[in-house]
Design a protein around this ligand. Structure first.
Ligand SMILES: NC(=O)c1ccc[n+]([C@@H]2O[C@H](COP(=O)([O-])OP(=O)(O)OC[C@H]3O[C@@H](n4cnc5c(N)ncnc54)[C@H](O)[C@@H]3O)[C@@H](O)[C@H]2O)c1
Length: 315
């Protein structure tokens, strides 16, 4: 029988608790770590696994294959550095790091350690996005020209370390790059804040690609209704999808096709793929460069929103 992989989860708050559940269901949850001792103890009791409050102690006490980092964004670099220096594959929740400078250093650490570094761009594992990517790759509706993303919901008050661009818009920055399979060469953005003095909470970002192809990314933490949608205008039709319901529609002018399929939990698919990469030794779908470039683009969007100018990139 193949050896069961052992995974540790660092950060067991709003999102990390889902990592715990998924790895427990997959039979790979070995231990967890949270600086909040009461939280760590409560999850340890629920899942019957060892809990730590210090990541280095966890790494030296356990023989782990991988660690997932679900701590606040500003701590990703510090925590993930320890994981990689400990000689363990690292899955870091999005965004890779709070700055591109940290991202570059982390990539070097992963190379030195000879370990995988991947980032939680979960929408790549959403079945509707998988279908959209397949349709674009096979040119079913011709070539993609314009992408319009909406990711809107009321701010839950949990994310306090970064604003909406690195936290939320970054999902759609990654999706645009992935669907078009190229890097944007220009970024123009406007962003503002109505809920917090310190961080932006609404933003619109335009990414410009080769041959005038463009992505419009609308994000806000103001709308009371939760909305996560994408439409892709192609030369021979339109693809529209809902990230929440996972419904996808293909319109080609003569009719609409809505494929029927089972709902699948994107996080479960993402983690199965991560474990499979470790077993096979094949680089995970989201590369360290994806993580870094998404952060560079998010930084450019913030800079553009401050200066009012487009920012030209050569990624
Ligand atoms: N992929 C997604 O769709 C998705 C969704 C939500 C959040 N996230 C990402 O997950 C990460 C965590 O977000 P959240 O909403 O769970 O935050 P949260 O504040 O609810 O939880 C963070 C947890 O990390 C713990 N922590 C902080 N510093 C630590 C350290 N050095 N070592 C160990 N534990 C530490 C905190 O005590 C807390 O329990 C963020 O990077 C966020 O961007 C991803």
């Amino acid at each position: 029988m193949a050896k069961q992989l052992k995974v540790g989860v660092v950060g067991t708050g709003g999102w990390g608790k889902n990592h715990l559940r998924v790895f427990s269901e997959l039979g790979t949850l070995a231990c967890l770590c949270d600086v909040d001792p009461e939280r760590a103890a409560a999850w340890s009791q629920k899942y019957g696994c060892k809990a730590y409050t210090d990541v280095e102690e966890m790494l030296s006490s356990e023989e782990l294959d991988a660690v997932t980092v679900c701590t606040p964004t500003v701590t990703h670099f510090e925590v993930a550095s320890k994981v990689l220096k400990g000689g363990v594959h690292a899955f870091v929740e999005k965004p890779l790091t709070a700055s591109s400078a940290e991202g570059r250093k982390l990539i070097e650490l992963a190379k030195d350690a000879g370990k995988f570094l991947t980032v939680g761009f979960i929408e790549r594992f959403n079945p509707a996005m998988v279908d959209a990517k397949a349709a674009i790759n096979s040119s079913t509706l011709g070539e993609p020209l314009l992408l319009e993303f909406h990711r809107e919901n009321k701010w839950e008050g949990r994310i306090t370390d970064v604003g909406i661009i690195p936290d939320t818009s970054v999902h759609d920055i990654d999706s645009a790059r992935w669907l078009l399979d190229e890097e944007p060469n220009v970024v123009f953005a406007r962003a503002g804040n109505v809920l917090s003095e310190r961080r932006e909470d609404f933003a619109v970002i335009t990414l410009g690609f080769e041959k005038q192809k463009s992505a419009f990314i609308m994000s806000n933490w103001v709308t009371p209704k939760r909305l996560r949608q994408l439409s892709v205008v192609c030369t021979k039709g339109v693809i529209t999808l809902d990230f929440i319901t996972q419904e996808i529609r293909f319109d080609n002018g003569s009719g609409t096709q809505i494929p029927r399929r089972q709902f699948m939990e994107p996080l479960m698919e993402e983690m199965k793929a991560f474990l499979e990469s470790i077993k096979s030794g094949k680089q995970p779908l989201v590369t360290p460069k994806d993580g870094l470039n998404n952060t560079i683009i998010a930084e450019a969007a913030l800079a553009s929103s401050k200066s009012g100018d487009p920012i030209y990139l050569n990624l």
